[in-house]
Design a binder for this molecule. Structure first.
Ligand code: ZN
Length: 81
C-alpha cells in the first residue's frame, strides 16, 4: 500500500461559524437573591469576521444572517421574550 502525497499549495479559509450572544443584567438583594434580565441587545459574531456589535434583538434579521453565515450557535442564557 502506498500513501498519496501532493505538492499542491495548501489553501486556508475562514468558514462561517456564527455565534449569538444576548446581553443580560444581574442584580442581587443583600448579596443573596439574584435576578437576571435581558437588556434587549444581542450580538452576532462570525468566524468569517462579520460582527454586528450590540444591536436591538428585534432589529436582527435572522433569516438574512442564516443565509449569509449559517445556523447560529447560541451562547449564554437563551432569551425567551
Ligand atoms: Zn460568516
Amino acid at each position: 500500500m502506498s500513501t498519496a502525497t501532493t505538492t499542491a499549495p495548501q489553501t486556508w479559509t475562514t468558514p462561517h461559524q456564527l455565534t449569538v450572544l444576548h446581553q443580560h443584567q444581574e442584580s442581587t438583594v443583600d448579596g443573596v437573591w439574584k435576578s437576571r434580565r435581558h437588556t434587549g441587545l444581542s450580538l452576532l459574531v462570525c468566524n468569517c469576521g462579520h460582527s454586528t456589535g450590540w444591536v436591538a434583538t428585534e432589529d436582527l434579521d435572522m433569516d438574512q444572517v442564516k443565509r449569509e453565515h449559517g445556523q447560529a450557535e447560541p451562547m449564554g442564557t437563551p432569551f425567551v421574550p
